[in-house]
Design a binder for this molecule. Structure first.
Ligand SMILES: Cc1cc2nc3c(=O)[nH]c(=O)nc-3n(C[C@H](O)[C@H](O)[C@H](O)COP(=O)(O)O)c2cc1C
Length: 397
């Protein structure tokens, strides 16, 4: 996503400057060219050489730097996005007034690229009516404001906004800004992810090896493409993607209920969860004791969620299923696509190296109801998520 992109990262003088180093590094490692502009105060917190080493690029810290003569106008015009993190109260005030009294405010005044601000300041400074008026004015002019978050400030605990959003959240918002114009923009996308658990007794469950990684990456990419995303997640240890509304479920019955509730508003439903097909017929209210010899527990089928979608779906919504098979995956996937009346099915073979559950990569085929078939070669689950959402967008026309 960031490969070949040009980011101008403005840094003004707040204690959160240290987090900008992580942001600069994160974007550089992701493949972006990152040009950093520091205010004089920012350079008191972190010296330009730190950003130069992190980005491998010269840093602009003054209008009177040797190379700043034209860069202070051009950078904001050549960039794909301008991010200011942290944006101090002072920087926000100067920007709202249209001042151009240093390198960063000059870049901002001349910028034609989309601008994203990540304010960071003492909570009283942020709540001050003048700061609020300044930010509202900038937002009306098209600036995107991310945060501030609620959390501990350098001076101590706080329960009000002031703390700068985390670098990963700022990068995700910048990615969403860059991807404006996608066909998923404004669409309601519901993604299911992870395993379900069927309880045997209060301490034991039957589950499967699904890690949730495929569904989480799908939710992340759909949000970046401008969608309004609900992620219905089974029990996994993954960090929720930025911007995504997460609904936690445990059993297949809970998953079915959540999908039924989400479907009427959904434009697109992507079912990457691995619900259990069977559950113990009886739940033992107390822990089963160990017995001598073999244990037999009768199982009964759980609800078929894909079938449930057939009743509750809107005719114009797009339903994407997954088929994880172990051998003969394409043929089985095509049958499931027809049987369950899906629009697309993503087929993968758990026996292929690098594909299926638990791993960070996948290799899939995307089959369409219209007979289309796209082979997505082995790639990260994020790359596969991009390919699946490309196929969804193609169906949106
Ligand atoms: C230790 C220290 C921490 C500061 N942290 C912040 C901050 O988090 N947010 C803020 O708006 N100002 C903060 N300030 C005040 C700014 O540095 C000051 O307003 C400065 O004029 C900002 O200049 P600039 O916006 O051009 O970078 C801090 C000052 C000091 C000395």
């Amino acid at each position: 996503m960031w490969s070949g992109r040009h980011v101008v990262l403005g840094v003004s003088g707040g204690i959160a400057c240290y987090k900008s180093c992580y942001l600069a590094r994160h974007l550089t490692e992701a493949g972006a060219r990152v040009d950093v502009v520091l205010t004089r105060s920012a350079a008191e917190f972190v010296r330009p050489v730190t950003f130069e080493a992190l980005t491998g690029r010269p840093v602009m810290a003054s209008l009177w730097d040797r190379d700043a003569a034209l860069s202070h106008v051009r950078w904001g015009q050549q960039a794909d996005v301008v991010i200011v993190a942290p944006a101090t109260a002072h920087l926000i005030a100067r920007m709202a007034q249209g001042l151009a009294d240093d390198a960063l405010t000059s870049v901002l005044l001349a910028a034609t690229a989309p601008v994203l601000l990540a304010p960071a300041m003492n909570d009283e400074m942020f709540a001050h009516p003048q700061t609020q008026v300044n930010l509202a004015l900038l937002e009306r002019r098209g600036v995107t404001v991310v945060g501030p978050a609620i959390g501990p400030l350098a001076e101590g605990p706080s329960s009000r906004p002031g703390r700068m959003s985390e670098p990963a959240a700022i990068a995700a918002h910048a990615a969403r800004l860059l991807r404006r114009g996608s066909r998923l923009e404004g669409k309601r996308v519901v993604v299911t992810a992870g395993p379900t658990r069927e309880a045997i007794d209060p301490v034991r469950v039957v589950t499967n090896r699904s890690s949730g990684k495929m569904g989480y990456r799908l939710a992340e990419v759909a949000w970046e493409r401008g969608a309004d995303v609900q992620l219905i997640s089974g029990p996994v240890m993954l960090e929720p993607p930025v911007g995504v509304q997460v609904t936690r479920i445990d059993s297949t019955a809970e998953l079915e209920q959540a999908v039924r509730e989400a479907l009427p508003a959904a434009d697109i439903l992507v079912m990457a969860a691995a619900p259990a097909d069977y559950r113990p017929r009886e739940f033992s209210a107390s822990k089963r004791s160990r017995i001598d010899g073999a244990l037999a527990i009768p199982f009964e089928p759980t609800a078929d969620i894909l079938r449930a979608t057939r009743d509750a779906r809107r005719a114009e919504s797009i339903i994407v299923g997954f088929a994880l098979e172990t051998g003969d995956a394409l043929a089985k996937g095509r049958q499931k696509l027809e049987r369950k009346e899906l629009d697309l099915i993503v087929v993968n073979d758990a026996l292929e190296p690098g594909a299926g559950t638990e791993v960070d990569t996948n290799r899939v085929a995307i089959l369409g109801r219209d007979g289309s078939s796209t082979i997505v070669p082995l790639g990260t689950k994020r790359e596969v998520a991009e390919a699946i959402l490309d196929a969804v967008e193609a169906r949106l026309g």
